[in-house]
Design a protein around this ligand. Structure first.
Ligand code: NDP
Ligand code: PYR
Ligand code: MG
Length: 758
């Protein structure tokens, strides 16, 4: 039984596994199988063509089958986590779990194979014979010392990567954590003394890696179930343990831990007591990694050693040192360059990439996935969290690059930068949609105002925007809180930042005069305008744009959309013949859809809807997407007749018919017809050549509600609403946006500057 740090019990865990379709996996087809023709292509006779091609050129299996993205997670269940030898069938939930992690974190298709034998040769033969099916083999939870023999033999016999996760996956993450824990406690790796508890698969591999990283052999004492492994010991030994035997007086874990700097636990629950950690050196580093329950809990450590850095293998404590941080990404990199093996160079590259990533600022999405505030490199954050979306683009390219350099890549990558972007887009389709925008920004840096820079989230976004090379961040806000946040975040280049506030700006008078010239006939006095410029950041920022003191602006983190817009439009006019409007971008797994008007025109007339469609189509083209516009309704082509909302959508189509537009449009229709090609086939006269990618809504309520629903229910990532149709580039973010969402809109704001010039 666990110590119940988690908030669920065994009953809930069992229900989770049994609910709906039992287990955690299913297989889905990647090709259409809707018609007789599809069947002929996928199976007989169509399948004969790839069969012959592969028979002639075996490498074509990577082009015509799932092999290249398919990894087998293979075990015999002899060391299931720290639960021991419970057999192959009982190990299935863990192996299915690993398959899910492969998919979730690296888009790799994993399949679990539980092999019913403890005979080493039988196991080796079984796995070897399965070779043609897979792009890689992940061995899991096979006990030592058999695992060493099995892995070694399979590496020699197979031409695809074979990787025993409990050995190398664990060693890589432990290595990364140790690098950072040593750094944070001001130690030198050559001086640290280490006690390793456990002498099995994980412990031996971790010990080998930390020694390769610089910990001297004689500074490491290894213990197993019989105590210290000292030179000359005979009981319970094997060649792998002997390699780590040292000359020492110590015979028990308790004795070995006296004065030790580091404890690495890869054994069983409860193997370490509070008494033992009390006697360790100052600022001890304690990695209690037995799963599911550690050798000692962080609470028990902290009660007696508040100065300790503690890590466990679990996700419900800080510092999760678990191989989930490694194996998905290591295989991703190896598969993508068709590496024949995963060698030491690739493992070291992975460890360094992980250690490095922990020292960078943490994005809000990661912070939001964990309770306890925004993690910052330090004793409680020595290693990135598994939900960190940056892991894939940090680790996999490092592994791929090391494979290429060490000569084991059969398909070297040409463009590492493009690969990094592709990886980021693979798990977060938003990145793909915005990539073109980001690519263009790098070539032409714009000055973008962040109006609420004294809000920490906005400040992080501004710094991230600048650090990523998207443009120059111009900060609006009170200087003192901005500097306080910067200090807390650990930003050390404050001298390079440009901070403004209307209250102490020498431009305020000039801006107020300009504003007065615009507003005097609306009853504003000069002093009203001066007050606005000094106190309303949206007015001040908009004036900066009007005077060319900055190129674009992003605002709205703490003010309602309408309120922010009201201030902005006091200064900035709509474009001639254009309507200001809000355009939201919904990035779903397999497509990107634009929805308008999500922000400004509450009940557009038919003419206004047509206008919104024209401007949206124009904007969509700037994203490199050919618009297919659908006018939305709850009715389809006049059936049923419907009320004002339906008829307005229908009339908007008629209005467009009278204009000479160069994009596809159709309506009125409901969302099913617009987005589902099979339903659309029921209306053969429909002029759209494919599913719609621009949805023009009959009112702001439906536009707003539908995009918010998608955002909350997880049907897609929603960017925006993006404000279009003003003479200067301004974006108003939804209140309380994450830093990454602010960066996206800041990037769009910078990108739109050039569109306005066209
Ligand atoms: N956090 C992570 O990412 C990972 C954690 N682990 C954890 O590490 C542990 C070991 O896994 P693995 O190496 O695969 O298993 P193995 O079966 O290969 O090794 C188990 C080792 O633990 C030793 N052991 C058992 N009881 C004790 C004890 N009371 N004191 C000291 N040593 C003991 C065994 O000693 P002996 O040789 O005498 O039998 C053996 O050397 C498990 O708890 C597992 O969950 C493993 C992989 C990854
Ligand atoms: C994490 C893991 O692989 C184990 O505990 O065995
Ligand atoms: Mg394991």
């Amino acid at each position: 039984m666990s110590d119940k740090k988690n908030d669920f019990g065994d009953k809930e865990a069992l229900h989770y596994h049994a609910a709906g379709r039992p287990g955690k996996l299913e297989i889905t087809a990647t090709k259409s199988m809707a018609t007789q023709r599809d069947l002929s292509l996928a199976y007989s006779p169509g399948v004969a063509a790839p069969v012959r091609a592969i028979a002639e050129h075996p490498n074509l299996a990577y082009d015509y089958t799932a092999k290249g993205n398919l990894v087998a997670i293979i075990t015999n269940g002899t060391a299931i986590l720290g639960l021991g030898n419970l057999g192959p069938l009982a190990s299935k939930p863990v192996m299915e779990g690993k398959a899910v992690l492969f998919k979730r974190f690296a888009d790799i298709d994993g399949i679990d194979l539980e092999v019913d034998t403890t005979d080493v040769d039988e196991f080796i033969n079984c796995v070897k014979l399965l070779g043609p099916t897979f792009g890689g083999i992940n061995l899991e939870d096979i006990k030592a010392p058999e695992c060493f023999i099995i892995e070694q033999a399979l590496r020699e016999k197979m031409d695809i990567p074979v990787f025993h996760d409990d050995q190398h996956g664990t060693a890589i993450i432990t290595g990364a954590g140790i690098i950072n824990a040593i750094d944070l406690t001001d130690r030198d790796i050559k001086d640290v003394t280490v006690v390793v508890n456990g002498a099995g698969a994980a412990a031996i591999a971790c010990t080998e890696l930390i020694k390769a990283m610089g910990v001297p052999h004689h500074n490491v004492i290894m213990c197993d179930s019989k105590g210290v492994i000292y030179q000359g010991r005979e009981e319970g030994m094997n060649q792998w343990k002997s390699a780590h035997a040292v000359e020492t007086e110590h015979r028990s874990l308790e004795e070995a831990l006296k004065g030790a700097d580091v404890f690495l636990g890869l054994s069983v629950q409860g193997a370490v007591s509070q008494e033992m950690v009390k006697n360790m050196a100052d600022k001890p580093i304690i990695f209690a990694m037995a799963n599911p329950d550690p050798e000692i809990t962080p609470e028990d450590v902290k009660a007696v050693r508040p100065d300790a850095i503690v890590a466990t293998g679990r996700s419900d404590y800080p510092n999760q040192v678990n191989n989930v941080l490694g194996f998905p990404y290591i295989f991703r990199g190896a598969l993508d360059v068709r590496a024949s093996t995963i060698n030491d160079e690739m493992k070291v590259a992975a460890a360094l990439a992980i250690a490095e990533l922990a020292r960078e600022d943490v994005p809000d999405e990661v912070a939001a996935a964990y309770t306890g505030g925004h993690p910052k490199y330090g004793p409680d954050y020595i290693i990135p969290a598994p939900f960190d979306p940056r892991l894939i683009s940090a680790i996999s390219p490092a592994v791929a690059e090391a494979a290429i350099k060490s000569g084991v890549a059969k398909k070297p990558l040409i463009d590492m930068n493009a690969y990094r972007k592709e990886l980021a887009a693979r798990l977060n389709p938003t990145t793909g949609t915005l990539q073109m925008v980001y690519d263009q920004l790098g070539k032409d840096l714009k000055r973008v105002i962040f109006t609420e820079a004294d809000e920490e989230t906005v400040l992080r976004a501004a710094l991230g925007f600048e650090q990523n090379g998207y443009g120059k961040a111009v900060l609006l806000g009170h200087e003192e809180p901005i500097r306080d946040h910067l200090e807390r975040i650990g930003h050390d280049r404050t001298d390079k930042l440009e901070i403004h506030h209307g209250r102490n700006s020498d431009k305020s008078h000039q801006y107020a005069e300009f504003l007065f010239s615009k507003l005097q006939r609306d009853g504003y006095l000069f002093r009203d305008c001066l007050r606005l410029v000094r106190s309303d950041r949206n007015v001040f920022g908009a004036c900066m744009l009007a005077f060319g003191d900055a190129d674009a602006m992003v605002t709205g983190h703490t003010r309602h959309y309408a309120a922010a817009l009201e201030s902005i439009t006091k200064v900035i006019d709509p474009l001639p013949d254009r309507k200001a409007m809000g355009l939201s971008i919904v990035v779903a797994e397999d497509r990107t859809i634009f929805v308008a008007d999500t922000a400004i025109n509450e009940m557009p007339t038919a003419e206004e809807m047509a206008e919104i469609a024209i401007h949206t189509a124009d904007t969509v083209r700037h994203f490199g997407i050919e618009p297919r516009v659908a006018f939305m309704s709850y009715t389809n082509f006049g059936n049923p007749t419907g009320g004002i909302l339906a008829t307005t959508s229908r009339e908007a189509v008629s209005v467009l018919d009278t204009k000479d537009v160069d994009f596809e449009y159709e309506g009125e229709m409901h969302a099913g017809v617009a987005l589902n090609p099979e339903i659309m086939q029921s209306y053969p006269f429909c002029r759209l050549s494919g599913p719609a990618n621009v949805l023009i809504m009959p009112g702001m309520h439906s536009a707003h509600i539908s995009t918010k629903l998608l955002r909350e229910l997880g049907g897609g990532t929603v960017i925006g609403p993006m404000l279009v149709g003003l003479t200067h580039s301004v974006q108003v973010i939804p209140m309380g946006s994450y830093a990454s969402e602010i960066i996206n809109l800041a990037a769009l704001a910078a990108h739109n500057v050039n569109l306005l010039k066209k």
